[in-house]
Design a protein around this ligand. Structure first.
Ligand code: 5AD
Ligand code: SF4
Length: 456
């Protein structure tokens, strides 16, 4: 029988950085799918390689150049291989990438993905197109609809992009531009299509997602109202959102955590530092006390909510006392997990010209902070043992007969049950906590005939 995929071109995508890039990569894959490209995991087999880049820290940008270096033998072996660079490094460095890396055929900034197919055609014709404009049109309106191919029960949905906050360390306001919210009807339509293809959990994405203020039928809607409306979609069981800024945590959104059962009890709420002096130098526009009061209000609405954060250590001017204040804040909040980073000076940001903290001092602080966070993470997981959680199963586990999914609190949970399938939502009693996941057993009358609370 003829292989239906024979004659199709192969596209290899590597995605760096945040979940918004993961979403963008999926949409670019769909756009190129409409041009006859299928995805491949193997760069050696590809006709086109697309690197969707991240610019948030220096290391992330350097990674692009070393990966491009590694593509050289592929390009030598197959001269008509198309090499495309997308994402935030593309946005920030534009034509500089073409100058530095002769093997790159095109550079597409993060707001221009709808133009990718035309740019690929131009590159095939010998041009080396660069597009890093901030266009007036919305790329998501012009990209093709998301197809019904994927069997995954979870999906990302970008509702907001860009940032107007200008934290002194951050490139995002420059690479992703001003805050823009997608209109409510577009989001509801896209969510409806995702659910129709079997998605049961949607994570709403935005650099400042809780600053969402999209046009609704009766004026601008905040994220609280949007989640309440999304929750009315039958078959959609879970809603999450990320990333949030403390100053945009509106009362209505906090109330939604109390009132809307489909809104999961998990919140990523970066604070970056616990020192008021450093928060001011970072231009965060809130104090440690403001953050602690906010956490109290959120926990009053949803006592079991699991909180996570981002921290930067070694920000210019950070003293041992400032760092201690960060440890104190972590002690006062008690997180379920956190990401922590050594400050990395980014060209063009206000903090870049300030005097850096010595590297050994920053390293030492990072280790101490991570040790504290690891203790809190282990304690949060250990506290789950004996509790009953609801797990949305995603895929078979590493051991035979095992399935893995996520609890409400985003903990990975594995159970012994050979006959599950993606999208099954079931109650699980947690029996053990491993360093990075939980183990549990399916509850009650689970069986092939009456399998689950609800099934796809
Ligand atoms: N250096 C170190 N970490 C940074 N982040 C953003 N910019 C920088 C930087 N210049 C971290 C912040 C942010 C997360 C996405 O990345 O903690 O919340
Ligand atoms: Fe960067 Fe601050 Fe905006 Fe977050 S809120 S994207 S850290 S400028």
């Amino acid at each position: 029988m003829a292989d239906p995929k024979a004659g199709l071109k192969k596209l290899h995508i590597k995605t760096y950085g945040c979940q918004m890039n993961v979403y963008d990569s999926e949409r670019m894959a769909e756009a190129m799918g409409a041009e006859g490209y299928v995805l491949t995991d193997d760069p050696a087999a590809a006709d086109m390689v697309l690197l969707n880049t991240c610019h948030i820290r220096e290391k992330a940008a350097e990674k692009l150049y070393s990966d491009l270096g590694r593509l050289k033998p592929f390009k030598t072996a197959k001269p008509d291989l198309t090499v495309a660079v997308a994402g935030c490094v593309a946005q920030a460095e534009g034509a500089e990438i073409l100058r530095r890396m002769p093997l790159v055929d095109l550079v597409v900034g993060s707001q221009n993905y709808h133009r990718l197919p035309a740019m690929v055609k131009a590159a095939e014709g010998g041009a080396r197109p660069v597009d890093t404009e901030f266009p007036v049109e919305d790329k998501f309106d012009l990209l093709p609809d998301r197809p019904a191919a994927s069997a995954r029960p979870t999906a990302f949905l970008t509702v907001q992009e860009g940032c107007d906050k200008f934290c002194a360390f951050c490139v995002v306001p420059y690479t992703r531009g001003a805050e823009i919210s997608r209109p409510v009807d577009r989001i509801l339509t896209e969510a409806g299509k995702l659910v129709a293809r079997g998605v049961r959990e949607i994570t709403l994405l935005g650099q400042n997602v809780n600053g969402y203020h999209g046009q609704g039928p009766d004026g601008a809607w905040g994220l609280g109202r949007l989640t309440r409306d999304l929750a009315r979609i039958e078959g959609l069981e879970r809603i999450r959102y990320t990333t949030s800024h403390p100053n945009d945590m509106a009362d209505d959104l906090i109330a939604a955590h109390a009132e809307e059962p489909k809104l999961m009890p998990y919140l990523h709420l970066p604070v970056q530092s616990g020192s008021d002096r450093i928060l001011k130098a970072m231009n965060r526009k809130h104090t440690a006390e403001d953050y602690l009061r906010l956490v109290e209000r959120i926990r009053a609405a949803r006592p079991d909510i699991l909180l996570t954060s981002d921290f930067i250590v070694g920000f210019p001017g950070e003293t041992e006392a400032d760092f201690q204040a960060t440890l104190d804040l972590i002690g006062a909040v008690t997180y379920g997990a956190a990401y922590s980073f050594k400050y990395s000076a980014r060209p063009g940001t206000p903090a870049a010209s300030r005097e850096a903290v010595a590297a050994e001092v920053a390293d030492d602080r990072l280790h101490r902070l991570q040790a504290l966070i690891t203790r809190q993470q282990r304690a949060a997981q250990a506290a789950m043992v004996g509790r009953v959680v609801t797990v949305l199963f995603e895929k078979p586990g590493r051991m035979p007969g095992q399935w893995v999914g996520k609890s409400e609190y985003l903990h990975a949970v594995h159970v012994a049950a050979p006959d599950l399938r993606p999208g099954v939502l079931a109650r699980v009693r947690i029996t053990a906590s491993d360093p990075n996941s939980l183990a549990g057993e399916l509850m009650g009358d689970y069986g092939p005939r009456r399998p689950v609370l609800a099934a796809v």
